[in-house]
Design a protein around this ligand. Structure first.
Ligand code: SF4
Length: 127
């Protein structure tokens, strides 16, 4: 195993986590899994610390912290992405386009965590 480095990585507050699983699919690298009803990063080398999972958590249980961890493993993450069977495609809540056709971003709208495409985002911001 690689030597630990100081880097950004997701932190999960187990007190706030309800185990809803909404963060599992946005993590394309497969770093987050639900164990005994709580989200966990069971393989730190799969978390790139990008934080795409943060916006979808309805309880604010996810954050990014800087601490000692094993380095992000690009090869292991790509291997997982190729083999992933649990990936759930997301759609823009406004126009319904999927991520194969336009980039999607996680947003909070009226208390709900959802996804918006880059075409609909300006209208969401400016009304
Ligand atoms: S989205 Fe938030 S509450 Fe739901 S499983 Fe993930 S960390 Fe827990």
């Amino acid at each position: 195993m690689s030597e630990a480095v100081i880097r950004q990585i997701v932190r999960i507050d187990e007190e706030l986590c309800t185990g809803c699983g909404a963060c599992v699919s946005p993590c394309a690298e497969g770093a987050i899994v639900i164990v005994d009803g709580k989200a966990k990063v069971v393989r730190e080398e799969l978390c790139d610390g990008a934080g795409f999972c943060l916006g979808v958590c309805p309880t604010g249980a996810l954050a990014i912290e800087t601490r000692e961890a094993v380095p992000f493993d690009h090869e292991a993450a790509e291997e997982h992405m190729g083999a992933a069977k649990t990936y759930i495609p997301q759609r823009c809540f406004r126009c319904g386009t999927d991520e194969d056709h336009r980039p999607l971003l996680p947003v909070r709208v009226e208390g709900t965590s959802t996804w918006v495409c880059t075409s609909c985002l300006p209208a969401l911001i400016h009304g």
